[in-house]
Design a binder for this molecule. Structure first.
Ligand code: UD1
Ligand code: UDP
Length: 393
């Protein structure tokens, strides 16, 4: 008998981290579905780090990434290359994740091929078309094209209902990033040899010194925002010499260039600029750190689960749950507000304690299996609908 075919398409680091648990869960149903993985490689090194860690060997690698790519050429290349993959595979369902340009282009390519689309991490919204840019429109467009919506939270489900999505097509599953995080955290916790190796890979981790982990890459912060962020980091490292600040710098040249110009020459020895870390190392740093300063989406979800306060360098967030729970604080991207928010957490133990309760508003680590079950149900229904249509002809 022919198994239904699922084609999973993703291209960047966060998509890979968050799709890995879905792929693992779908692979457990190998007797019922045929799963293929296509990476667009919108990211290269940062994607390969994740594929390697989770042992994912793609069936297709489109190798799209170009240095300093722009949204027009990226979108065009994605659509062009995905046509052949979708046509060649003829899947029953294309599975996409989140809000990148790969997500939006893969949904559109699936639609052009008259293929159903399943959207993992559906329904996140800020309501502001340009924040985050272009992610808010990428996920809204994907939402319009999708047939199945895997909403991580009830709030995300309500966003979809407000936009007229049929409730029967929505499953609230939790966010798969928590599955990935718990998997890696448990691996680190249960393996003392691994912990030793990780410690050795960060010889500068100071015994007893507090650590602030920093990441930043949002397009709406490029230019002035990045300069403000970098100046805030110089101020903070100067004001808090007894604290270590570590910043794995995103490979986008719009991030690397200001970081190089402002931070490398700052002379702050407690401000350490490093290459993007593989996920295992990054989770280890999150586990060790005192607090996180970021504009990342995924890290806003992970850090609260580890009980780490997060200062978010954005004006708005599509992840309001942890803000409401009091473990995430929106500081925007002004130098003054960032310095104030981080300094207060470093100086005020009561404020720090209030923000460092471990909470899991984004999931319980079982999102992958729930998504796999919902997909099996959808595919069985699709087969039934096809048979009924045939019988009626
Ligand atoms: C992309 C996504 C963003 C997501 C982010 C996660 C879009 C438009 N943006 O942003 O939603 O939050 O990934 O990190 O989909 N580069 C490398 N090596 C890599 C990755 C990137 O050199 O492994 C450099 C390249 O010069 C590349 C540039 O970064 O052209 C930009 O990559 P791109 O994927 O377009 O944008 P990101 O800022 O990474
Ligand atoms: N991450 C990583 N190495 C790093 C920085 C981040 O593995 O050096 C992980 C992080 O734990 C999270 C994901 O990458 O799961 C977030 O990716 P990013 O911030 O690039 O994208 P976003 O979540 O903002 O789309």
């Amino acid at each position: 008998m022919d198994h239904p075919r699922v084609l999973c398409i993703f291209g960047t680091r966060p998509e890979a981290i968050k799709m890995a648990p879905v792929i693992q869960s779908l692979r457990q149903h190998g007797e019922r579905i045929l799963l293929k993985v296509c990476v667009t490689a919108q990211h290269r090194q940062m994607l390969d780090q994740v594929l390697h860690l989770f042992g994912i060997v793609p069936d297709y690698d489109l190798d799209i990434m170009r240095a300093d790519q722009d949204l027009y050429s990226l979108t065009a290349a994605l659509i062009r290359e995905l046509q052949a993959v979708v046509a060649g595979e003829g899947p029953d369902l294309v599975l996409v994740h989140g809000d990148t340009t790969t997500t939006m282009a893969a949904s559109l390519a699936a639609y052009y091929g008259r293929t159903a689309v399943g959207h993992v991490e559906a329904g996140l919204r800020t309501g502001d078309k340009y924040r985050p840019f272009p992610e808010e429109m990428n996920r809204r467009l994907t939402g319009v094209l999708a047939d199945l919506h895997f909403a991580p939270t009830e709030a995300a489900r309500r966003n979809l209902l407000r936009e007229g999505v049929n409730d029967e097509r929505i499953a609230v599953t939790g966010n798969t990033v928590i599955d990935a995080l718990f998997q890696i955290r448990d691996r680190i916790r249960s393996d003392s040899g691994l912990r030793q190796a990780l410690n050795l890979s960060f010889p500068w981790l100071g015994e007893g010194r507090r650590l602030v982990v920093i990441t930043g890459h949002r397009r709406e912060n490029f230019g002035r925002g990045m300069v403000e962020i970098c100046r805030a980091l110089v101020d903070l490292a100067g004001a808090w010499p007894e604290v270590d600040f570590v910043y794995p710098v995103h490979l986008n040249p719009n991030v690397l260039d200001p970081v190089d110009q402002i931070l490398r020459s700052s002379g702050r020895v407690n401000l350490r600029l490093i290459e993007p870390l593989d996920y295992l190392q990054f989770v280890y740093l999150l586990m060790q750190c005192h607090l996180v300063l970021t504009d990342s989406g995924g890290i806003q979800e992970e850090a609260p689960s580890l009980g780490k306060p997060v200062v978010v360098m954005r004006e708005t967030t599509e992840r309001p749950e942890a803000v409401e729970a009091g473990t995430v604080l929106l500081a925007g991207s002004s130098r003054e507000r960032i310095v104030h928010a981080v300094s207060r957490l470093l100086a005020d133990p009561r404020h720090y304690a209030a923000m460092s309760r471990a909470i899991n508003p984004y999931g319980d680590g079982r999102a992958g299996p729930r998504i796999a079950e919902a997909i099996l149900g959808f595919l069985a229904g699709q087969k039934k609908r096809e048979r009924t249509e045939h019988a009626g002809q």
